[in-house]
Design a protein. Sequence first.
Length: 342
Amino acid sequence: MKQTDMQKIAQALVAPKKGILAADESTGTIAKRFNVIKVENTEENRRNYRDLLFTTKGFGDYISGVILYDETLRQKGRDGTPFAKVLQKAGSIPGIKVDAGTVAMTGAPEEKVTQGLDGLRERLKEYYGLGARFAKWRAVITIGDGLPTLANIQENARLLANYAALCQEQNIVPIVEPEVLMDADNTIERCMAVTTMTLHEVFDALYDHCVVLEEMLLKPNMVVSGKKCKKQASVEDTAAMTLECLRRTVPAAVPGIVFLSGGQSSAKATAHLNAMNASGPLPWQLSFSYGRALQEEALAAWRGQDKNVAAAQKVFYGRAKLNGLARSGKYSDKLEKEFASV
């Protein structure tokens, strides 16, 4: 059976050794990143920082695609080349974040739903013309006292499925991102239960909306202990429970699962991915779609100064390589220590 263009793109995004860079921080979010390194949040600085990342030598060795923010997709690099073309030249596929952020759910202000369906069909047409070949929509599920509610999970699942169907209509591969937050004091077992319920509802909704599973990717959280939980699960338990959850919920027709890091440290996100891939054959490719976990060390090395660009690029490439090794279970603590000492 002949593959569609979207199947080819979905499979290219989860090619061996490679994963996705999430560089889709909104203007407000990147301001928080820049504040840490005392860099002013101007359009020029945002452009210069993305240029640093995208022009890293060997960028396409480990980065299959990049999720961009609307502003970034429209920007040009320092040499005047549109960023979409910079990425294509590097062997990476341009993507775009299309949701409009979260708002309080009606009648349940402690829970969130995602906005952005209004006018999405027209925006997708424009983004395709600008070079984007895949997209991302993030839903947020909160764990708390009596939370999440089934109503919230189902509403977010419906929105994700509607978005995914619109993407495929416009020949854009949808990345479906239902994120169960790790901010509370819940155990890993509680995260397992909520993530399982969430993914069940998401794939039910995708089926109802006639989304072609072979032409999409899933971007879930890993099954982890809440940040405030006194007993943090081991790397091995996190890997085992995440895989158990995915085997119960994710059809084998999905080409790949690209995890979000969800606030984990760079090293921990890499270690968890490695442990899962080291466990043996799986129905899908297990890869990464990291933002801060790929960029944090590079940002710290850059600090907004041109003289630090080469050093920041070296650090960025090194972290990308470690995650590329984790794709086949070849990452190790020894390699992490060697990277940290560079």
